[in-house]
Design a protein around this ligand. Structure first.
Ligand code: ZN
Length: 204
């Protein structure tokens, strides 16, 4: 939504954040990528799509409250059944994450004072349940620290929350960030891919 409505975001992500992420993941031989956006019917996440998904990556900011409760419930059930979930940046406040982790997911935030690399400050206290592991501890120029990369398990599903990715800065274009997200996809993927017996041609 931001890149279509705000010129300054369009300059950073002309194709949208979803297509930026799909672009670098799609270059991996072991990963097949599709995108879904808010305005698609059922936000692009009908039962059939989730049935065919090993790992779902969510980035969300505006319209969190307008997200369908029914779709959030559906995503939650798929995670409990083993689908991996990666929540990026402000997706900590998504209905999906709140449902799965059961806390407010609130935190402190601030941006505009940070130079290189530019990023919005997210600070503690971050109201999440105790993570399985804190993979990344973020440090900001103002001295704040934040649990920037955390793993959780819910049911059979692995969840990774990763803080970087404010839409005003080209963070998902950084090779290091792309590598972390790619690693996270492999980490969160269920042991047996739902697509393991399908060739690329069959999937299409
Ligand atoms: Zn942000």
């Amino acid at each position: 939504k931001h890149e279509r409505e705000l010129e300054e975001i369009k300059k950073v992500y002309p194709e949208g954040i979803h297509n930026c992420i799909a672009g670098f993941l799609g270059k991996c031989e072991d990963i097949q990528v599709r995108t879904a956006t808010f305005e698609m019917p059922e936000h692009g996440l009908p039962e059939e799509a989730l049935d065919d998904t090993d790992v779902l990556i969510i980035w969300s900011h505006a319209l969190q409250d307008e997200f369908s409760d029914e779709v959030a419930e559906r995503v939650q059930q798929h995670v409990l059944a083993g689908m991996g979930l990666i929540a990026l940046h402000s997706a900590h406040f998504s209905k999906v994450m709140k449902r799965l982790l059961g806390t407010s997911m609130t935190l402190k935030w601030k941006h505009g004072e940070i130079e290189i690399p530019k990023e919005e400050m997210y600070g503690e206290y971050f109201d999440i349940p105790k993570p399985d592991d804190v993979i990344f501890a973020g440090w900001f120029s103002g001295g704040q620290v934040f649990r920037s990369g955390c793993t959780f398990t819910r049911g059979l599903g692995k969840i990774f929350y990763f803080q970087p990715g404010h839409e005003e800065y080209p963070i998902y274009q950084m090779p290091e960030i792309q590598q972390i997200i790619t690693n996270a996809v492999r980490y969160c993927a269920p042991a047996l891919s739902k697509r393991k017996n399908l060739t690329c041609e069959e999937v299409k």
